[in-house]
Design a protein around this ligand. Structure first.
Ligand SMILES: Cc1cc2nc3c(=O)[nH]c(=O)nc-3n(C[C@H](O)[C@H](O)[C@H](O)COP(=O)(O)O)c2cc1C
Length: 251
């Protein structure tokens, strides 16, 4: 009898230890292709509420070779705001079209990802922007004039694996969203090749290349940029592919 009780107690102890050591779900998102596009699904849930997004992280699984030496970091309004009713957005309206996924710069980033096999990373501010154009513009102007560095989400832990960084953004108030400068200053980009791309509403790159150049480390190499005028973005894939083919990079 004593022996039976002892076996029973041993079994209980073993079961208890197993339950305690069961793996817990990780809070860190690190997707196979390095894209943090899982953030995209929440972007249209509620108007002007804080985007309900998880912290995203780009990491390489331990011991594995990096999948790509190319990073495609981009900012697009659609991933930096939320819209209560996407069906109510008039996609023909000049100022509202880009609140819908994937956004103009988001689309360019998608094509670059498909062609180069690079890892995509969406630059998303901690505080979402309004989906109302004027409100968003006012904040963009204020941040620009204050030379602000809005806090951004996520982390790229394996930045050292990337030699080439495509950097995409819309023209905002004659420059780029200030979060682009936050991104540049957050990571050690020294020695890397930077390739800017943008979408704009007739203004082209305006002062963005100068403003970006002012914060990039001196030893970065900046290659020729690609820009697409807002209403022509959807038809610009061939032009973008031709630009990629002309760049002096291997992929
Ligand atoms: C806040 C804000 C400011 C903008 N400022 C400019 C500007 O100064 N010059 C310009 O040509 N386009 C400007 N635009 C238009 C955007 O550059 C254009 O719509 C771009 O395609 C948006 O890309 P996205 O959809 O990836 O955000 C602005 C748009 C927004 C929302």
């Amino acid at each position: 009898m004593k022996r039976l009780i002892s076996i029973f107690l041993t079994l209980c102890l073993l079961l208890g230890i197993t339950a305690c050591s069961a793996p817990q779900p990780s809070k860190e998102i690190s997707s196979a292709n390095g894209s943090n596009s899982e953030l995209e699904s929440d972007s249209t849930d509620s108007a002007d509420s804080s985007a309900d997004v998880e912290e995203s992280t780009l990491t390489q699984p331990e011991g594995s070779a990096p999948q790509s030496n190319i990073l495609i970091a981009y900012f697009t309004w659609a991933e930096n705001t939320s819209v209560a009713d996407p069906d109510s957005v008039d996609v023909d309206a000049i100022t509202s079209a880009s609140v819908l996924m994937p956004g103009n710069v988001g689309l360019l980033a998608q094509w670059i990802e498909e062609e180069t096999g690079g890892d995509k990373f969406s630059i998303i501010t901690e505080e979402p922007y309004s989906s109302d154009y004027d409100t968003c513009l006012n904040r963009a102007i204020e941040e620009h004039d204050d030379n602000a560095r809005p806090a951004i989400q996520g982390n790229i832990e394996n930045m050292g694996d990337y030699d080439i960084v495509f950097l995409g953004f819309p023209n905002w108030w004659y420059s780029c969203p200030m979060a682009i400068l936050t991104f540049i200053e957050k990571y050690d980009l020294s020695g890397k090749t930077i390739i800017p791309f943008c979408s704009h509403g007739t203004g082209g790159f305006a002062a963005s290349l100068r403003d970006i150049g002012n914060v990039l480390p001196d030893d970065c190499t900046v290659l020729e940029e690609f820009g697409a005028y807002r209403p022509e973005v959807a038809q610009s894939k061939d032009e973008l592919l031709a630009w990629l083919a002309e760049l002096d990079i291997a992929y």
